[in-house]
Design a protein around this ligand. Structure first.
Ligand code: ATP
Length: 768
């Protein structure tokens, strides 16, 4: 505790000395040694069960205990043979149950590993991406907006860093961080020079020195208290559990009546009658219902992961089957996110990219601004950064404007990073005579901040519409001189317009077919984008989302609309452009109010609330932030819209398979009960011995049901309409077909029994 207290009071130099490390991070060798010493950086919940414990739990069922007791008593009374067989069957059943549970848990574990967060750390002075569990004490971790903090540590550097620490402190607003040492003993929420595992970066950038990992972190201390890390049950499991409980009560009542009839009316041996009644209850009660769902769902997630859809919550698989609206981002999800500049507009002239010329004094300021006000790099090692910006830097490279020389000559002194709410980015550079502010961003927004005559403005807007109509993404550029490098949002006004740069981001090859598959499966695809309406509409039309009779609107039209009006409005709209995160939430809610089950994609920090609101939040695996992934039920490893549609197909197949398995279980159990009831009512001998019943249960209960649950997937499911949002699995037609099948199987068994009896066969109670 004393050691922990000192961390925020010390200087970074003292900490480096204490932890035997430096600002350049650990070497790979030292990191490996420390990983060994401190153990993996993970929280160990108390939920891990040993195989033996799982095996023993299989016997914890009330009826099984009674059955064992009854078998033992009957052995003592002289029927050792059936006691041995009953115990053997019960043990085999338990082994099967254990194997299934362990396998399902293993596949859930591998899921968790797949969606585990990564961290950027300095190793041997180089920034590398490592799995969060490999981060160790002494590592220097780099953070940016949207990252989750993977360990506790002391900040070494920070730029406007804000962290959301509500999971730890309950404080809902993000906390502003700093690096200076803090004297005295301050509570967790005031340790502003520290970051904590389990929190998220909501704004800014930083570097921190890891001081505690795994269970030693503040989060670990809480996690140690929260022993239970068990997966929550899905709605389907909950409803099946309820159904199973009701059914069990009925079956127990029937068994009690049968027991009474055997003893009181037929004067059978009490012990035998009891053993039989309990065996019937064990065989007839469908205890496998909810575990079949777990097994089929968790195996389904394995299939989905192979197809790039990584499921984070089992519930998502179930929900995917009934998705009726998919709201998707445009850039990167429906399009390739491979931007190439096509056209420029500057000095009142549209210039095709082939004619771009850096030696032309009219074009030069625009092309230079494009390079200076971008963070991306394009060099021998490849392209790094936002595709919009790599397109701009590539434009420079292709036309002989060297990235490094340009950036070295007009060095960057300050910046306001791109923010998808503001839709602008600004940088300040050193000029020979002073300081230059360069701003780039969405045309409509930047134009309001420039000084242009109404005629110029009209022309720029007309060119913007024309470019956008061709599906191009258009960025505007502007600049002005400033007095100080300390740049603030207020500086982005009174700018001089430099020009426009339009780039193409072609749709993904598979988008069109995926959209068509959605529509034929009764699912409504909707594009929600931060881009310009006309650009979005052109792309949406090309891939089939924007169709006759539906419209493309700006997110702003939702602002004046009541929730009721919006509910009536959403069916008409296929494309929402220039949306804010709040718009996304309202669109999801409006569709949900209409009874639809909504999947929604997202990548940014601000998308998390909409991802949580959607029935299935879908985060981008490549470009998405950790915050978005954490809020989502599913992560797309390839950021591709077609993957969502494929996942819906898998979800529908999984649901159909679960239904098959349950239908099999219920109809088989019902047939058993009906047969016994019939024999009892007709005064016939008992058709099954207790051992028979248990054997039937072992062979025909879970194994064939699992086989049915793992039936190969088919495309046929995509020809159906989505299942209504509130429709449970146990619909009237479903239960009717269970009843009919159960009756047919029972009839066959009864006929066979009669035939056996009439051919001189002995009743079950005589063959034991
Ligand atoms: P989607 O929501 O479909 O992913 P998007 O990626 O186009 O759409 P944003 O990244 O929020 O959405 O971009 C919104 C707008 O901001 C763009 O239309 C563009 O005008 C502008 N913009 C995008 N990237 C930058 C950037 N790096 N610098 C400045 N402005 C940008």
């Amino acid at each position: 505790m004393k050691q922990e207290k000192q961390i925020w009071q010390k200087t970074s130099a003292e900490l480096f000395q204490d932890l035997d490390c430096g600002a350049e991070g650990l070497s790979a060798r030292k990191a490996a040694e420390r990983l060994e010493r401190y153990g993996p950086n993970e929280l160990r919940g108390g939920g891990q069960r040993s195989v033996l414990r799982i095996f023993l739990e299989q016997f914890a069922d009330f009826l099984v205990v009674i059955l064992i007791a009854a078998a033992v008593v009957s052995a003592v009374l002289g029927d050792a043979e059936s006691a041995v067989v009953i115990l053997a069957v019960i043990t085999m059943n338990a082994v099967l149950g254990t194997v299934q549970t362990v396998k399902a848990a293993a596949s859930l574990d591998s899921l968790k590993r797949m969606s585990a967060p990564t961290a950027k750390v300095l190793r041997d002075g180089q920034a590398v991406q490592v799995p969060g569990r490999e981060v160790t004490v002494g590592d220097v971790v780099l953070l940016e907006a949207g990252d989750s903090v993977c360990a506790d540590g002391r900040l070494l550097e920070c730029a406007s860093l804000k962290c959301a620490e509500s999971a730890l402190t309950g404080e809902s607003l993000p906390v502003e961080k700093e690096t200076a040492a803090i004297p005295g003993d301050v509570p967790l929420g005031d340790r502003k020079n520290m970051v904590f595992s389990g929190s998220f970066v909501s704004y800014g950038r930083a570097r921190f020195l890891v001081t505690a990992v795994g269970m030693d972190t503040e989060m670990g201390k809480i996690a140690a208290l929260l022993k239970n890390t068990e997966e929550k049950k899905t709605p389907l499991q909950v409803s099946l559990d309820q159904f199973g409980r009701r059914l069990s009560a009925i079956i127990l009542a029937i068994c009690a009546v049968l027991f009474a009839v055997s003893v009181l009316v037929r004067h059978e041996n009490v012990m035998n009658a009891f053993l039989f009644a309990v065996a019937l209850a064990v065989a007839a009660i469908p205890e496998a219902l909810s575990s079949i769902v777990t097994i089929v769902l968790s195996f389904g997630t394995g299939q989905m992961a192979k197809e790039n859809a990584i499921i984070r919550k089992l519930q998502a698989v179930e929900g995917l089957g009934s998705v009726s609206v998919i709201c998707s981002d445009k850039t990167g999800t429906l399009t390739q996110n491979r931007m190439t500049v096509q056209k420029l507009y500057t000095g009142g002239r549209v210039i095709p990219v082939e004619e771009a010329d850096f030696s032309d004094p009219i074009q030069e300021p625009l092309l230079r601004a494009a390079l200076l006000c971008s963070d991306a790099t394009v060099n021998g090692h490849g392209e790094v950064g936002d595709p919009t910006e790599t397109a701009l830097v590539r434009l420079g490279k292709d036309h002989g404007f060297d990235e490094e020389r340009t950036r070295g000559r007009w060095s960057r002194l300050a910046e306001l990073p791109f923010d998808s709410d503001r839709k602008l980015m600004s940088t300040v550079h050193e000029l020979s005579g002073g300081l230059l502010l360069v701003t780039k961003g969405a045309v409509d927004i930047l134009l309001d901040r420039t000084v242009v005559s109404p005629a110029e403005r009209a022309e720029i807007e007309e060119v913007n519409e024309r470019f956008s109509g061709e599906g191009l993404r258009v960025l505007a550029f502007a600049c002005r001189t400033v007095d100080s490098a300390a740049v603030s949002l207020a500086d982005e006004t009174g700018l001089t317009f430099l020009g426009l740069i339009a780039m193409m981001d072609p749709p993904r090859a598979e988008s069109k077919a995926a959209v068509a598959a959605c529509i034929s499966a009764g699912i409504r695809p909707i594009m929600i984008t931060g881009d310009h309406r006309v650009t979005a509409a052109a792309i949406a039309r090309e891939i089939g989302i924007l169709t006759e009779g539906t419209e493309a609107v700006d997110g702003a039209v939702l602002d004046g609309m009541s929730d009721e009006a919006l509910r009536d409005f959403v069916p008409k709209v296929s494309v929402y452009a220039r949306v804010s995160p709040e718009h996304k939430i309202r669109i999801v809610r409006a569709w949900q109010d209409r009874g639809s089950l909504v999947a929604m994609t997202g990548d940014g920090v601000n998308d998390a609330p909409a991802l949580k609101q959607a029935d299935i939040g879908v985060a981008m695996g490549v470009t998405g932030t950790e915050v978005a992934k954490d809020a989502a039920g599913m992560v797309l490893a390839d950021d591709n819209f077609a993957t969502i549609v494929q996942a819906v197909k898998n979800g529908r197949n999984v649901y159909a398979n679960i239904k098959r398995a349950i239908q099999f279980l219920l109809s088989g159990n019902m047939a058993g009960i009906l047969t016994v009831l019939y024999a009892s009512l007709m005064g016939l001998p008992v058709p099954f011995a207790a051992v028979h019943l248990l054997f039937i249960n072992l062979l025909t209960d879970s194994l064939p049901a699992i086989a049915l649950g793992l039936e190969p997937h088919t495309d046929a499911v995509m020809a159906e309409k989505p299942r209504p949002r509130d429709e449970g699995i146990l619909t009237r037609p479903f239960l009717t077909s269970v009843a009919v099948e159960g009756a047919v199987i029972a009839l066959a068994a009864i006929l066979a029994f009669h035939m056996g009896l009439s051919h001189g066969g002995a009743a079950a109670d005589k063959v034991r």
